[in-house]
Ligand binder design. Structure first.
Ligand code: UFG
Length: 346
C-alpha cells in the first residue's frame, strides 16, 4: 500500500516525503510543478536511498488523477498541493478558489470513487481570528482575512461535511504555524521565487548578499521588543507531524484537527539575533511600517498533537537558522533549473 502525496515536490511536501520514506512507507507523488521543481524529488531519493513514483498531473484533471488510483494501491492521501501566497490571493481570488478548492473537490471525488478515504490535509494557522488569549488552541474562533485563508477554511468545512455524509472517511486537518529551516543535508529547502514574503528566506537572502537589508515590519507592537512574535517550527519537525497524523488517520475513522507548532513564540529581532549567532554573520536591517494585516503575537498550543498523535516539535531555533543557512549557502539559486515561473511563495 502506498501514500499519495499531492504537492510532494514543494517545500513541506518534499520534507514530508523524506520522513515517510524513512518510516518505510511507499510514496507516490502528484505534482504539477507550478511552484516546485522535480529536482527536489531527485534529492529526496538521494537523501533516503529510496525511490518514489512521480506523476506530473494537475489535480484539476480528474481523468489523469484516476490513472494514479488505478495504477497504485493507495492507502491514504496527504494533500499539500495548492497556492499559498496571501497577497496573490487578494489580487486573484478566483485563481485561489480554482486551484485550491476545485482541485480538492476533484481529489476527494476520485478518492471516494476508488474507496480511499484517509486524508491528511495541509491547513494553516491563518484560519484563526485575532487571538484574545494565548496560546492558540484548536477550538479558538475562526476568522478569514483573505481568499487564501478562506480556501483553507472552506476545505476544512468541506472535509467535515464529507465525513458527516460518510463516517468511513478518516480526516486529519493540520494547522501549521510558521515552518522554517531545511533538511540538515542542505540538499532540499524553501526555494523562494523572487523577493520572499516570509521572514527566514528574506534573512538568508540578505545574509548571502542578494538583498540589501531586512525590512522589519513594525517595532511598536505590544511585544517584548515591539516586533511581531510568531511560532517558528523546523520543517522536519512539521514533516514528522504528518507521519504521526497519517498513522492515526489510518487507524481511526474520525475528523481530527491539530495545531502543529512548538508552543513558543520568537520576535523578529530574536530570530534575527539567533540567525546571526548561529551563522556568525551580520544581517543589516531597518525598521519600516507594520505590514497591513499582520498581528502582534501568534503561537500555538500544541498539546492536542502531543496527547493524541504522540508528536512534539524537537528542534531549536538555532537548528532552524543553521539549516536554513546551509540550504541557502549550498543552493544560492535554489533548484536552478526552474520549469515554470509562478509568483507564489509559501
Ligand atoms: N517580517 C518582517 N520582515 C519581512 C517578513 C516578515 O519583519 O521581510 C515579520 C512579519 O511582520 C511577522 C514575522 O516576520 O511579524 C513573520 O512573518 P512571515 O511572513 O514569515 O509569516 P506570517 O506569520 O506573516 O504568515 C505565515 C504565512 C501565512 C500563514 C501564517 C500562519 O505566510 O500563510 O504564517 O500563521 F497563514
Amino acid at each position: 500500500m502506498a501514500i499519495l502525496v499531492t504537492g510532494g515536490a514543494g517545500y513541506i511536501g518534499s520534507h514530508t516525503c523524506i520522513e515517510l520514506l524513512n518510516a518505510d512507507y511507499e510514496v507516490v507523488i502528484v505534482d504539477n510543478f507550478s511552484n516546485s521543481n522535480p529536482i527536489a524529488l531527485q534529492r529526496v531519493q538521494q537523501i533516503t536511498g529510496k525511490t518514489i513514483k512521480v506523476y506530473e498531473i494537475d489535480l484539476l484533471n480528474e481523468l489523469e488523477l484516476e490513472r494514479v488510483f488505478q495504477e497504485n494501491s493507495i492507502e491514504a492521501v496527504i494533500h499539500f498541493a495548492g497556492l499559498k501566497a496571501v497577497g496573490e490571493s487578494v489580487v486573484n481570488p478566483l485563481l485561489y478558489f480554482e486551484k485550491n478548492l476545485i482541485s480538492t473537490i476533484s481529489l476527494c471525488t476520485v478518492m471516494q470513487k476508488y474507496n480511499v478515504k484517509n486524508i491528511v490535509f495541509s491547513s494553516s494557522a491563518t484560519v484563526y481570528g485575532l487571538p484574545e488569549t494565548l496560546p492558540i488552541t484548536e477550538d479558538f474562533p475562526l476568522e478569514v482575512r483573505n481568499p487564501y485563508g478562506r480556501t483553507k477554511r472552506m476545505i476544512e468545512e468541506m472535509l467535515h461535511d464529507v465525513y458527516i455524509s460518510d463516517s468511513s472517511w478518516s480526516i486529519s486537518i493540520l494547522r501549521y504555524f510558521n515552518p522554517i529551516g531545511a533538511h540538515e543535508s542542505g540538499l532540499i529547502g524553501e526555494d523562494s521565487i523572487g523577493i520572499p514574503n516570509n521572514l527566514m528566506p528574506y534573512i538568508t537572502k540578505v545574509a548571502i548578499g542578494e538583498l540589501k537589508e531586512l525590512n522589519v515590519f513594525g517595532n511598536t507592537y505590544e511585544t517584548s521588543d515591539g516586533t511581531g512574535v510568531r511560532d517558528y517550527i523546523h520543517v522536519c519537525d512539521l514533516a514528522n507531524g504528518h507521519v504521526a497524523a497519517l498513522k492515526k488517520t489510518i487507524e481511526m475513522n474520525e475528523v481530527g484537527i491539530f495545531n502543529l507548532g512548538t508552543g513558543r513564540g520568537y520576535s523578529v529581532l530574536e530570530v534575527l539575533r539567533a540567525f546571526e549567532s548561529a551563522t556568525s554573520l551580520t544581517v543589516p536591517y531597518k525598521v519600516c511600517d507594520p505590514r497591513p494585516g499582520d498581528v502582534a503575537i501568534y503561537y500555538a498550543d500544541a498539546t492536542r498533537a502531543f496527547k493524541e498523535l504522540g508528536w512534539k516539535a524537537k528542534k531549536s531555533l538555532e537548528e532552524m537558522c543553521k539549516d536554513a543557512w546551509r540550504w541557502q549557502l549550498n543552493n544560492p539559486n535554489g533548484y536552478l533549473k526552474r520549469k515554470k515561473q509562478s509568483t507564489s511563495s509559501k
